[in-house]
Design a protein around this ligand. Structure first.
Ligand code: NAD
Ligand code: MG
Length: 393
């Protein structure tokens, strides 16, 4: 029996995780579920999965949940705040932590899981973008097993040589090919991109996801964050990671070898596949995902990314090359800009303008520890908030 904490259980990844868990109640036991402030959904999840703990970030929401659960005679203990998120990520009775909070808010609890040596199913890519070296150091020191859940990185993990040590030299690997759907605006002209709305940006052609990552997919910043994520997970340089636009999202990514072989992982675009892979690794379990119908798909297309219409992707490569605190600044500026776009304060194209200005205004420092990262994150947020005013609609 594997016991789980699911950080962000009410989100897109969180609910997909519970869907897989529910298919295998003989293998998985839920110890803790957490959310920001979605009381009703978390309540229903608590009734269904009877976790020992439920955590809400928001204290009013936590009081409300406590009353509802008491009334229902539930034994689930309700906690609140960031400290409680860290607590349930490092409980001795927990084997595995699904890190599926969105954004930099996921950093502290995910890091707590790494420090306490948990098996980590990593969906929260922002943890690696923000604090790649700090997080990977913690994983190495504690001996945590780290399984990427982001579909591309899960595909790469599956396509790398068995037992890949994190060193490309001598591994036979020559390049990582990271596929990108191109998002809802793959064919939209630069002119039309000026007028796209948050709802249009969130209408992804292949995946159903939370609103922040949906906007990131539309701007291709998601792919930029994933380049940085791949760099830390697999220890590959920016120059060895090629983004390939592949609109069908059937090939989830590929690994190229020096002998010319290219190994890909294919599947329907459904996050339950990487989630089930991470949960059961190294075994395979049923995920509920339909079998891939190649006859129906019929063709697979590929194109080079267009950096003119999608400058966020270039900004991410630049931040990775600048290293140090630059990726943390990129991530924070992106979170502020995306929130402003979703709030109708700035245009879609101004997301990249805000990020570019922030990167131009901030000095890059070395990262010696978590403090450096948190400082860069908070400085970038305040600079970005100023820049949002400059580009306000
Ligand atoms: P989502 O918005 O659907 O869910 C986010 C979850 O985090 C919710 O449970 C929410 O309550 C919680 N949360 C939000 N803000 C919080 C805060 N400040 N403190 C504590 N909890 C908070 O997001 P999602 O689409 O499930 O994505 C989650 C993570 O997984 C993101 O990092 C995303 O990049 C990554 N990811 C998602 C997908 C996908 O298909 N959805 C694919 C790959 C990677
Ligand atoms: Mg992805």
């Amino acid at each position: 029996m594997q016991s789980l904490t699911i950080l962000g259980s009410t989100g897109s990844i969180g609910t997909s995780t519970l869907d897989v868990v529910a298919r295998h109640s003989d293998r998985y036991r839920v110890v803790a579920l957490t959310a920001n402030k979605q009381v009703d959904l978390l309540y229903r999840q608590c009734i269904r999965f009877s976790p020992s703990y439920a955590v809400l970030l928001d204290d009013e929401a936590a009081l409300q949940l406590r009353d509802m659960l008491n009334e229902a005679g539930s034994k689930t203990q309700v906690l609140c705040g960031v400290d409680a998120l860290e607590t349930v990520s490092s409980l001795p009775e927990v084997d595995t932590v699904m890190a599926a909070i969105v954004g930099a808010a996921g950093l502290r609890p995910t890091l707590a899981a790494a420090k306490s040596g948990k098996k980590i199913l990593l969906a929260n890519k922002e943890t690696l973008v923000l604090a790649g070296n700090v997080f990977m150091d913690a994983v190495r020191k504690s001996g945590s097993a780290l399984l990427p859940i982001d579909s591309e990185h899960n595909a790469i993990f599956q396509a790398l040589p068995h037992g890949y040590s994190g060193d490309m030299t001598g591994s036979g690997v020559s390049r990582i090919l990271l596929t990108a759907s191109g998002g809802p605006f793959r064919m939209t002209s630069l002119d039309d991109l000026q007028r796209v709305t948050p709802d249009e940006a969130c209408a992804h052609p292949n995946w159903t996801m939370g609103r922040k990552i949906s906007v990131d997919s539309a701007s291709m910043m998601n792919k930029g964050l994933e380049v940085i994520e791949a760099h830390w997970l697999f220890n590959v340089d920016a120059g060895d990671i090629q983004v390939v636009v592949h609109p069908q999202s059937v090939i989830h990514s590929l690994v190229e070898y020096i002998d010319g072989s290219v190994i890909a992982q294919l599947g329907n675009p459904d996050m339950r596949t990487p989630i089930a892979y991470g949960l059961a690794y190294p075994e395979r379990i049923d995920s509920g995902v339909a079998s891939l119908d190649l006859f129906k798909i019929a063709r697979l297309d590929f194109a080079e990314p267009d950096f003119d219409r999608f400058p966020c992707l270039m900004l991410a490569y630049e931040a990775l090359r600048a290293a140090g605190t630059a990726p943390a600044a990129l991530n924070a500026a992106n979170e502020v800009a995306v929130a402003a776009f979703l709030n109708h304060e700035i245009s879609f194209l101004s997301i990249a303008r805000v990020i570019e200005s922030v990167l131009g205004l901030m000095a890059v420092h070395d990262v010696a520890g978590l403090e450096d990262v948190l400082e860069a994150d908070s400085e970038a947020r305040s600079v970005a908030t100023q820049q949002v005013k400059r580009f306000r609609l």
